[in-house]
Design a protein around this ligand. Structure first.
Ligand SMILES: *[C@@H]1O[C@H](CO)[C@@H](O)[C@H](O)[C@H]1NC(C)=O
Length: 358
């Protein structure tokens, strides 16, 4: 008997040790004047390089002004030392009953080892994606669209570029084209794309949902349904992973890739060369070897291939703070992006001495 008890105890212990649980405490504050408000919640573990892991979905209606939710998960590791918890909350806690989609900027990070508790708290009244402020397509990084990921931005601008090379687009239809491309890219790239209605709202209701759907059909036919192109952001993510970039280097690299969207001259370069130049820039900026020999072997891309793209990127980096289009610069000045846009380019002045150019 004693023996079996011990075995049982051991089995329980083993089961416990297998994976430490992670507790999540979410707390949402609404305005007491709102009355009943409802929400749909998705809790997920953020993964930088792959699909996010959705851990829970929930719907609730609440009469008081605070809604608290508790979860406990045992995701069984993450391949990294921490879990990054986040959520997406669609809610109608607002003065006019509008639906908002709240997606917090950061994540709650807790260690994988040991019992951990992640606290996520937010003021939800009128907050979240409500695209009333008209973000013209010209500037794809204005706040409401900023929640869409880097890949989405790249796919959009790639689709727009291709369309402009085959169509003659009237200037006042340009916003229509850009918005529809953004919607196509969002559907393609995002785990949670905004609803079509929201794209109508960002054109300030100039275009109805039906019109956007018509335009979508037209554009997809023009593009032969070829939406999945390898973009510079896509290559950059893969290079960064290969060179084991830390967060700051990854952000620097992304900043450079985003800057390349602002100038039509970059269309002459291959996306992989732009990505290699951006990765090389991040390496030099943070004191690493510019473009290691293994990368030449693994990717077949040599420094000669991207030195021109690198010169142009370097120029973009220096002129970004004074450029006419500052939203990308402003985005990367923020602490969320570890202020990577603010670092002096002292180190990169020596950029071209560190890479062997013929
Ligand atoms: C939110 O939606 C629910 C269900 O549709 C509704 O009963 C409630 O009145 C709405 N609340 C607000 C503040 O609009």
């Amino acid at each position: 008997m004693r023996f079996f008890q011990n075995i049982l105890l051991l089995l329980c212990l083993l089961a416990l040790c297998k994976s430490d649980p992670s507790r999540i405490h979410l707390k949402f504050h609404c305005n007491p004047q709102v009355g009943t408000w409802c929400g749909t919640l998705i809790v997920y573990e953020h993964d930088v390089f792959s699909e996010h892991d959705i851990m829970a979905t929930d719907s609730f209606c609440e009469t008081s002004d605070t809604k608290e939710l508790f979860y406990e998960f045992s995701p069984g590791g993450d391949g990294s030392p921490g879990y990054e918890w986040s959520y997406l909350l669609s809610h109608n806690c607002s003065s006019h009953g509008h639906n908002h989609c709240l997606h917090p900027k950061g994540t709650a990070n807790v260690p994988v080892e040991g019992l951990s508790i992640a606290e996520l708290e937010a003021e939800v009244f009128e907050s979240g994606y409500k695209a009333k402020t008209l973000p013209l397509y010209v500037d794809p990084t204005v706040p409401p669209i900023r929640n869409l990921g880097d890949f989405c931005q790249q796919v959009t601008s790639c689709a727009v570029d291709r369309l402009l090379s085959i169509l003659n687009v009237d200037k006042n239809r340009f916003q229509f084209l850009g918005t529809t491309c953004l919607m196509i890219a969002a559907k393609f790239e995002e785990v949670f794309p905004p609803e079509i209605r929201e794209f109508s709202i960002i054109t300030d209701n100039t275009y109805e949902v039906d019109e956007i759907l018509q335009m979508e059909k037209f554009i997809l036919a023009q593009l032969d349904f070829d939406v999945a192109l390898p973009t510079a952001a896509w290559f950059a993510a893969s290079f960064g992973k290969r060179m084991k970039f830390n967060e700051r280097m990854t952000k620097t690299m992304r900043y450079m890739v985003d800057l390349s969207l602002l100038d039509v001259h970059f269309l002459r370069y291959r996306p992989s060369d732009i990505a290699a130049a951006a990765a090389c820039f991040a390496n030099v900026q943070w004191g690493k070897e510019a473009w290691p020999k293994e990368m030449i072997e693994d990717t077949g891309i040599d420094t000669d291939d991207f030195v021109d793209a690198l010169k142009d990127l370097h120029h973009m980096y220096i002129t970004a703070p004074t450029s006419e289009y500052k939203s990308i610069f402003n985005k990367y000045c923020e602490t969320d992006e570890m202020n990577v846009a603010l670092f002096s380019h002292q180190s990169t002045n020596s950029l071209f001495s560190t890479i062997p150019v013929q």
